[in-house]
Design a binder for this molecule. Structure first.
Ligand SMILES: [Zn+2]
Length: 104
């Protein structure tokens, strides 16, 4: 039996939703925003993926040009993994690493 155009459209929508859910599932974890212009005085705040600030590493500013001022780094499995990455690669002072109040 031939599928109707409406059924094909519905199947395509479900496929897109399924892909989106898989991408979100893979992105669950902790993220840090690295801001190049402020790197010496910046607080590196660790966020969980569903935090409004982080939004799975896409940030809260919807019209921001990706990578212009900085980038989201992650996901990390936990806050300790994020801290190890920061210490190994960006070498902030201990006082520059914080965990977002929404994400504790
Ligand atoms: Zn947060």
């Amino acid at each position: 039996m031939a599928k109707t155009a409406e059924l094909k459209k519905l199947e395509k929508s479900l496929e897109v939703i399924s892909i989106g859910l898989e991408i979100l599932r893979k992105g669950i974890g902790y993220y840090v925003y690295y801001n190049k212009p402020n790197e010496n005085k910046r607080i590196f705040k660790i966020h969980f993926s569903n935090c409004g600030q982080c939004a799975w590493g896409s940030g809260k500013i919807t019209n921001a040009e990706p990578g212009r001022n900085g980038v989201w780094i992650g996901p990390f499995n936990g806050t300790n993994q994020a801290k190890v990455f920061l210490n190994d690669n960006l070498k902030p002072l201990p006082s520059q690493i914080k965990i977002c109040n929404c994400c504790k």
